[in-house]
Design a protein around this ligand. Structure first.
Ligand code: MRU
Length: 354
């Protein structure tokens, strides 16, 4: 599909200069509106409002945010310290998806080398992400098909880990697309997902655009869908995978994982190696983003809970490694529940790309 969540257009800005363009994901599927991000404030706001979201897309936003900062700094006459502070603001815009910090860190050492070097590195981050997603999807589909004896699989997914959450192809939805391409996909259950109905709006949009049979279900239905035997596997994305294999992902993933474990259904996490953070030893060390309570106590701007009620709104949860059957990365498939963890794979020779 030709959707693109985020891209750099080097001549497309109003003044004929470069501009960071995103598809505003808060408006889909009703409206396809592209926004141009020309300042660091624009980038931080878009990230925090979930106009651009999903861990790998945040990695691209972090890297391309470095170019935005350089351009703004040149226009405004910033010194080195001001530029560094601006880049730090992009890095800290959301805390849980390690890809955001990783994307910024890919370009930060190049800031002194000039704009061309930073832009080239940022574009490389995007290209690498799509290639990684295609490879991990292939490996993830192989892994599932080697273990599930059905002609076509029924897949449950949570949140949106598709084209919209990445530089292209998707991770969890990349595996779904790979199964479809092999004619091994039967049906997808898409959890609706809070706070902004990323599953109901974005995953369903991607599936509908490609004619993939699916149903949207409330997150609370997932456990029973799994225990009733309606799915063969759950495939989800990740925001950060700790060294021991604990997985931080959209809140509600833990419930899916527990139901999968109870039902003996595999939980496959699909994520590029850029989501693996060997510096985070385990899930306890992951900062879970707390979002405004109003995202829970109101719907579409209209208050639904009583005025006195506060909202509790963690954006993510952490699934312990013992419930993670497999993690498909472009470097291979890990099996945390069996002790095959990221730190083990790294020790066996893989190292995080700088
Ligand atoms: O709050 P969001 O929409 O950014 O959360 C997104 C998720 O939790 C995704 O599952 C994750 O980032 C992986 S995207 C390939």
């Amino acid at each position: 599909m030709t959707l693109s969540a985020i891209s750099w257009d080097e001549t497309g800005g109003p003044d004929g200069r470069g501009v960071l363009r995103i598809l505003d994901q808060t408006l889909l599927p009703g409206r396809s509106v592209h926004r141009e991000l020309r300042t660091v404030d624009d980038v931080v706001d878009a990230i925090q409002a979930l106009a651009v979201r999903g861990a790998p897309a945040l990695g691209v936003a972090g890297a391309m945010g470095g170019v935005v900062a350089l351009d703004e700094g040149e226009r405004e006459g910033w010194d080195e310290a001001r530029l560094a502070a601006a880049v730090d603001r992009v890095r800290a815009a959301r805390p849980t998806a390690v890809n955001l910090a990783w994307g910024v860190d890919r370009v930060r050492p190049l800031l002194a080398s000039g704009r061309a070097a930073v832009l080239a590195a940022a574009r490389e981050v995007a290209l690498e992400d799509e290639a990684a997603n295609r490879e991990l999807s292939r490996l993830g589909a192989d892994w599932l098909l080697a273990r599930i004896d059905r002609p076509r699989l029924r897949v449950l997914t949570h949140c949106n880990a598709g084209v919209l959450a990445t530089a292209g192809w998707g991770t969890a939805l990349g595996v779904v697309r790979e199964l479809r391409d092999r004619d091994r996909l039967e049906f997808v259950y898409a959890d609706e997902t809070r706070p902004l109905l990323q599953g109901a709006r974005l995953t369903a949009y991607e599936l509908a655009e490609e004619g993939i049979p699916h149903a949207v279900q409330v997150d609370g239905a997932a456990a029973s869908t799994i225990l009733r035997g309606l799915v063969d596997c759950a495939v989800v994305g990740a925001d950060r995978i700790a060294a021991n294999g604990d997985v931080a992902n959209k809140v509600g993933t833990l419930g899916v994982a527990l139901a999968c474990a109870a039902a003996g259904v595999p939980l496959l996490v699909a994520a590029p190696w850029s989501t693996v953070d060997l510096a985070t030893p385990d899930g306890d060390a992951v900062e879970v983003e707390q979002r405004p309570g109003e995202e829970v106590t109101a719907y579409a701007g209209v208050r639904t809970a009583p005025r006195v009620s506060t909202g509790f709104n963690p954006a993510f949860d952490v699934t312990p490694a013992r419930y993670v059957t497999a993690v498909a990365t472009e470097r291979g498939v890990l099996e945390p529940a069996r002790g095959l963890t990221p730190v083990g794979l790294a020790a066996a020779g893989a190292s995080r790309p700088e």
